[in-house]
Design a binder for this molecule. Structure first.
Ligand code: ATP
Length: 583
């Protein structure tokens, strides 16, 4: 059985145990320093004032001030220590989450909204900070205070202390009464908030699409619904917390009432000095407010617990594609590629008879250095072939081989280091053009970067920019044209010098000049490498050594342009369609 999220959090906090332990000692010190203050008050009322003893009064006030200053210093030190510990725990957790995220397979990203994932790392960990720095500190400080003060009260007057203790179980009943609903409401609120974050992230990222479809009003309305739902769900959480606190407050006042009633009676009977009653009353203000705070802290705890569940759910997600324990490093490849009866489905449990539908029994062998064009109707499985070749997903059955080795028997890092991918939608990261080109090989020299840019026909446009290679591109490289982005992506791939190249041609029409530049760059890039191109341009298809024709997840034909045309099958049909010359 898996340990509870809180138990697992304690394991995370373990490396900071010394800071936390020292913080707790300081809390203990600060609490003990608090205890004499009401007693000083008693001495002032019962002795210094009636006897008009100025000297005693001055001494008492000096002790009072000394204690106060010392306590302030201890509190400062304690907060420093515990804040440091809390922040360290959160930073380590964020690093752990991001590291784990890097190991997760594409299937995780397919099925989890980006906003939710970001919320795990940015927001849920913030709740862990509150748990450590708010909840734990207060819980420990308040527990120590309550135990010490209660013990002291028993020493002063056990009957009065017993009356105070009798009220305490009511606080526990109050908490237990609300606990389950509080947990449920907190979970419902967090789930809704995650959805809002997911929505926000998507819509901000896709501002261009929203604008081009003139959907601003619709988006505002969807966002407003999400935020309003959050308003109601959060209000429930707040109301639950308020009910809990108000009842706890009333119980606290009840405790004070008991003390004043019983203690006042004792004073009237002459069995207790006025100063003792005043001191007693002051002491119970050390007991009930912390207990009321305990109740409020349960909300912090509940929120943190929900966040911890989210965090551990992510950390427990196993990477679907991971290195086998005996995986070896792939040596420099020649570039032979083979698919052996490969079956695959994005859905791990495909409906129906369980036979994978995305790819079914795909087999082919490509010798090193050949250019392969993959063609076929939309949704026929072209991108899936390259996804499996780069091992973004594992095959359901069959095998993908490079140089005769099953790619599952080698480390994914060594495999992907030898594969260069240029996607249709070339993603550039925020940073300079130079940073983007050397993304796959950060150690590349300036000269190598320039050579790659020249080969990719990117050097010319880069040097016309005022900042040249130092030009900072936006998050998605929005300051560059589609053709320019593609040429940068090609430069990035050239610099990586992969043995196998995967190229997803842009479907959108580029102008002739841009297309020619990209074509030239591609030719240079493909030289001497096994290249797979999801081909849309006729020139690419015709020049390919081998054409794979996909249809409904199956490899329906394979051969050169001329061979396939003569065969008169799907390829000939697609070719004829393109030229409006039905066969
Ligand atoms: P296109 O030319 O339109 O890009 P394609 O031939 O490259 O299409 P694939 O992207 O390989 O086709 O998709 C094959 C099938 O798998 C399609 O039915 C598609 O809906 C499905 N599919 C693709 N990617 C995923 C995914 N990440 N999760 C689930 N299903 C997917």
């Amino acid at each position: 059985m898996r340990a509870s999220p809180f138990r697992r959090f304690l394991d995370l906090a373990w490396p900071q145990r010394w800071a936390i332990f020292s913080g707790v000692l300081l809390i203990l010190g600060a609490t003990l320093l608090m205890l004499p203050s009401p007693w000083i008050l008693k001495l002032l009322i019962d002795e210094a004032l009636p006897q008009k003893d100025v000297r005693l009064m001055a001494q008492l006030l000096a002790v009072f001030a000394g204690l106060f200053l010392l306590r302030a210093w201890l509190t400062l030190m304690r907060n420093r220590l515990l804040q440091f510990a809390a922040m360290r725990i959160v930073c380590d957790l964020r690093i752990q989450l991001f590291t784990h995220l890097q190991s997760l397979s594409l299937r995780y990203f397919d099925s989890n909204q980006t906003g939710r994932t970001i919320a795990r790392i940015a927001q849920d960990t913030g709740e862990v900070y509150n748990l450590t720095n708010g909840f734990l500190i207060n819980l420990i400080a308040d527990s120590v205070t309550v135990v010490c003060v209660l013990g002291f009260l028993y020493w002063i007057d056990w009957r009065l202390a017993l009356a105070v203790t009798a009220v305490l179980p009511l606080f526990v009943f109050n908490y237990l009464h609300h606990r389950t609903r509080m947990a449920r409401e907190s979970r419902v609120h967090r789930d809704n908030w995650d959805q809002v974050m997911g929505f926000l992230n998507e819509r901000v990222g896709a501002a261009r699409v929203v604008k081009s479809f003139a959907q601003e009003r619709q988006e505002i309305s969807s966002f407003t619904s999400g935020i309003n739902a959050d308003f109601f769900k959060f209000s429930r959480v707040v109301m639950r917390n308020t009910k809990l606190s108000v009842v706890a407050d009333v119980l606290g006042s009840l405790g004070a009432l008991v003390v004043l009633g019983y203690g006042g009676w004792q004073v009237m009977q002459g069995r207790m000095a006025v100063g003792t009653l005043v001191a007693f009353n002051a002491y119970i203000t050390f007991i009930f407010p912390p207990i009321v705070r305990f109740v409020e802290l349960t909300t912090v705890f509940q929120r943190a617990n929900t966040s911890l569940e989210n965090i551990f759910e992510m950390l427990d997600t196993k990477p679907e594609v991971s290195d086998a324990p005996d995986a070896t490093t792939l040596p420099t490849l020649r570039g032979d590629v083979a698919f052996r009866e490969v079956c695959f489905d994005y859905d791990r449990d495909p409906p129906g008879n369980g036979r994978p539908r995305t790819l079914a029994d795909v087999s082919f062998t490509i010798p090193a250095g050949k250019v392969v064009a993959i063609v076929g109707p939309s949704g026929s499985g072209k991108s899936t072939i390259i996804n499996l070749l780069a091992r973004f997903y594992d095959v359901a059955s069959g095998a993908v081989l490079v140089d005769g080795r099953d790619i599952r028997s080698v480390t994914t890092e060594s495999l992907r280091q030898q594969i260069g991918i240029v996607l249709q939608e070339s993603v550039l990261f925020s940073g300079t053009l130079e940073d983007n080109i050397k993304y796959g090989r950060p150690s590349a020299t300036r000269e190598e970067i320039l050579d790659a840019a020249v080969a990719a026909n990117a050097h010319e446009f880069i040097t016309t920019l005022p900042d040249g290679y130092g030009t900072v591109v936006g998050e998605r490289g929005t300051k560059l044209s589609g053709g320019q982005r593609q040429r940068l992506a090609i430069a990035r791939a050239i610099l990586k010098n992969p043995r196998i190249l995967i190229f997803d041609e842009a479907t959108s029409a580029l102008d002739t000049q841009s297309e020619r530049l990209i074509q030239q760059a591609m030719e240079r890039l493909m030289r001497g490498r096994t290249s797979f191109i999801i081909a849309h341009r006729l020139s690419t298809i015709q020049q390919a050594d081998v054409i794979l024709v996909m249809e409904g997840g199956r490899l329906s034909e394979m051969g050169s342009h001329a061979e396939l045309l003569t065969r008169g099958g799907l390829y000939a049909h697609l070719h004829a369609l393109q030229f409006k010359d039905p066969v």
